[in-house]
Write a protein of this length. Structure first.
Length: 66
């Protein structure tokens, strides 16, 4: 669902999907808050809606198109 929202907005940056299932450090860090969008030091943890994603993108200077 999170990837679908990001794809819907046609984000200008490439999206890298990372499976944390086999990475103990990432799994313990994120646990049930996955999926997570991360850019620099900023993260947006699930659950989030389209409007929240748009605000997060704007706050991080990431270009997107509706």
């Amino acid at each position: 669902m999170a990837l679908a929202l990001a794809t819907q907005l046609d984000i200008s940056l490439p999206i890298e999907v990372v499976d944390i299932a086999f990475d103990d450090e990432l799994f313990s860090r994120y646990g049930v808050t996955i999926p997570v969008l991360s850019y620099g030091e900023s993260e947006l943890n699930w659950p989030f809606e389209l409007e929240q994603l748009q605000i997060w993108l704007e706050n991080n200077g990431i270009t997107y198109h509706k």
